[in-house]
Design a protein around this ligand. Structure first.
Ligand SMILES: [Zn+2]
Length: 84
């Protein structure tokens, strides 16, 4: 898959693997796909910035640091941003 047609799905995927992405733990093709999505998705760029800041402050970030409720809220925000 080389195109991003379902932004909601892509945003959700990005949230799910954001820690791996930031650590460079994902395959190059997948990172490219996410990079392309970030270029067109302001919500995910903000989320990525937020994650980078969190990592800078905390020194590390694990999947366990992301509470499910916070994830749900972020995904709702993404959908509102993407609606414009
Ligand atoms: Zn997105």
């Amino acid at each position: 898959m080389t195109t991003v047609q379902d932004d909601d799905l892509a945003c959700q995927e990005l949230v799910e693997i954001i820690t791996d992405y930031l650590e460079g733990a994902r395959a190059a093709a997948e990172r490219e796909r996410f990079g392309a999505h970030l270029e067109v998705c302001e919500g995910c760029r903000r989320y990525l910035d937020q994650m980078r800041t969190t990592i800078r402050v905390a020194g590390t970030l694990t999947e366990e640091d992301l509470e499910p409720a916070a994830k749900d809220q972020l995904l709702r925000l993404f959908r509102e941003w993407n609606r414009t």
